[in-house]
Write a protein that binds this ligand. Structure first.
Ligand code: SF4
Length: 365
């Protein structure tokens, strides 16, 4: 279909240093690397998808990683230009870039905005010096504060990532960090629970985060506190001051829309010629069986406050929602006040959000 919406994910695989909790880390940015090689690769991938998909309306573009703020502003501009040549980019497209305060340079960040970035997501992770050190972040508290101020005042939309459930963390110190972040006038905040994944430095060092019960309590207190500050939890880890402040790009993933991933390590999912495709590394990797896509849509869709829209679920997977889930379980979960549904949507209650994994297991049992 012509001008069907499409989201574009641009993956930048390198970082300046490795964070000890990170299982996304792939490689340090090579010294004296030649950005033109990377740029050629991005441009090839964009043209590959344009040839494959034809005319599509790009509604969001997201530079993620890794640390894409290590790209030059000129490279960002060239990638955006190539996407504009290949597709129709909507006049109000959300164009995001993830940045780390350890790459902060005032002029460069302003140049990102001039190149077309209108949403900047800053990976602050902690707002006290001890925990920044514990998390292996190579920026200081001052770096984070300086970057936040510029970001909020420069970009149309901005967000900050913070990590909670650090060892011995309590709500009062955490609340101070949230207050500090919000004092800059942010309208969006992402809060990720510290988990220890195999292969990470923390795993090898046997670092223990806050235990499950205290982490769940901290999360519940945080949701209530942010609500009292006017922020709605529109996704398990994401909070926004209004629907307009939500991440439109990430909503495409959670709602089962089409997206392509360009660059090494980038993934995509899209419908084309009546089939569901998965792409990896900027190329089609396989066609997905409808059941597999339906499972993804269930897992992703229940993470958001608005839940799963049955029509969208069918369009993305070719399967009717009630043919996929256990219908007795859905009624039981509704009686337990864990989820609600009507003719068009199913969504979790506050109580259901706390038991998200169990609800999903019940639905596919
Ligand atoms: S900057 Fe981000 S992607 Fe890179 S190592 Fe740290 S957490 Fe991982």
């Amino acid at each position: 279909m012509q001008n069907k919406p499409l989201a574009v994910y641009v993956h930048f695989p390198y970082c300046k240093s490795r964070c000890p909790y990170c299982d996304f880390f792939r490689a340090l940015k090579p010294k004296n690397d030649d950005e033109t090689i990377l740029l050629d690769r991005y441009k090839q991938d964009i043209r590959y998808f344009a040839d494959l998909l034809g005319e599509r309306l790009v509604t969001s573009i997201f530079f993620g990683g890794g640390t894409p703020s290590l790209l030059s502003a000129d490279a960002v501009r060239q990638i955006l230009d190539e996407i504009s040549r290949a597709f129709v980019v909507s006049a109000d497209a959300e164009i995001s870039l993830e940045a780390n305060p350890n790459t902060f340079d005032r002029d460069k960040f302003v140049s990102f905005h001039d190149a077309g970035i209108n949403r900047l997501s800053l990976g602050v992770q902690a707002l006290n010096s001890d925990d920044l050190k514990f998390l292996g972040r190579t920026h200081s508290l001052d770096d984070a504060l300086t970057a936040m101020e510029l970001v909020v005042n420069t970009f149309e939309k901005s967000s900050v990532d913070l990590i909670y459930a650090r060892p011995n963390q309590n709500f009062y110190s955490w609340q101070n960090e949230i207050d500090t972040a919000l004092s800059f006038g942010l309208k969006h905040i992402s809060l990720y629970q510290l988990t220890i994944e195999e292969g990470t430095v923390f795993y090898k060092k046997n670092v223990a985060p806050l235990d499950e019960e205290n982490a769940a309590n901290l999360y519940e207190q945080t949701v209530s506190y942010l609500r009292s500050r006017g922020f709605s939890r529109y996704e398990v880890s994401n909070f926004a001051a209004s629907p307009a402040d939500e991440s439109r790009h990430n909503l495409v993933y959670w709602q089962g829309g089409d997206y392509i991933g360009i660059g090494q390590g980038a993934h995509g999912r899209f419908l084309h010629d009546g089939k569901i495709f998965a792409s990896v590394d900027g190329k089609i990797a396989e066609t997905l069986p409808p059941l597999e896509r339906a499972e993804e849509l269930l897992i992703m869709g229940l993470r958001i406050k608005s839940g799963i829209n049955f029509e969208r679920f069918f369009q993305a997977s070719g399967i009717h929602f009630f043919d996929f889930v256990n219908n007795l379980a859905i009624k039981k979960l509704a009686k337990l006040n864990l989820l609600c549904y009507d003719d068009a949507n199913v969504w979790l209650t506050d109580k259901g959000f706390l038991l998200l994994d169990k609800v999903i297991l019940e639905l596919v049992s």
